[in-house]
Ligand binder design. Structure first.
Ligand code: NI
Length: 194
């Protein structure tokens, strides 16, 4: 089932997510929905708070960009080590049409539970490392624009507010100007959005 993705700024996107206490069928159903929603939006990652669920759960699939990458769900992910720095142009499914360079660690080690509740550890680099850091940020109520300058962030905030206002009024008033600003802002390039 597709779930609606919250668009920043939204109060839920600023909240810290709670640990998942039990990995059960309900959680696995949420994982399935999150993958479906992420693929539908052409994203490489999605965090549960982006669909309004304040739990520490993320899904990732960087296979459009990384050959051989597999879909992966991480329950209660914790970054335990990081190394080096890397700058990627990041986007976010909650901030459509915006891309900004963000400096992150180049390599991370993350501990998490898989969909069966088993403890796992992964050390990785490249886009997957960036996506993991981006998604773990979401669990802390942080989005990628919190890593850019105040000026850029405020410009993006203004554009997102216009986008949301346009989406809330999809039907143009009779004889009025069409409320299609939101549709016009739809991005052409989506890779790297999470
Ligand atoms: Ni995001």
């Amino acid at each position: 089932m597709l779930r609606p993705i919250l668009i920043w700024p939204d109060p839920l996107l600023k909240k810290k997510a709670l640990p998942v206490s039990v990995v059960d069928d309900g959680l696995r159903a949420l994982v399935k929905d999150m993958f479906e929603t992420m693929y539908d939006a052409d994203g490489v990652g999605l965090a549960a708070p982006q669909v309004g669920v304040l739990q520490r759960l993320i899904v990732l699939d960087t296979s459009p960009r990384d050959e051989g990458a597999q879909p992966i769900a991480m329950v209660n992910p914790v970054i335990t080590a990081q190394e080096g720095t890397a700058i990627w142009g990041e986007g976010c499914l909650s901030i459509p049409g915006e891309t900004e360079d963000v400096e992150r660690a180049a390599t991370v080690t993350v501990r998490f539970q898989d969909e069966s509740g088993a403890a796992k550890e992964l050390t990785t680099g490249g886009l997957l490392a960036i996506a993991i850091q981006h998604e773990v940020d979401h669990l802390e109520g942080v989005v990628f624009v919190d890593h850019v300058s105040v000026l850029k962030r405020e410009l993006i905030r203004t554009r997102m507010k216009k986008l949301k206002a346009a989406d809330e009024k999809p039907v143009p008033a009779k004889g009025g100007k069409p409320a299609a600003a939101g549709a016009a802002k739809k991005p052409g390039k989506r890779e790297g959005r999470a």
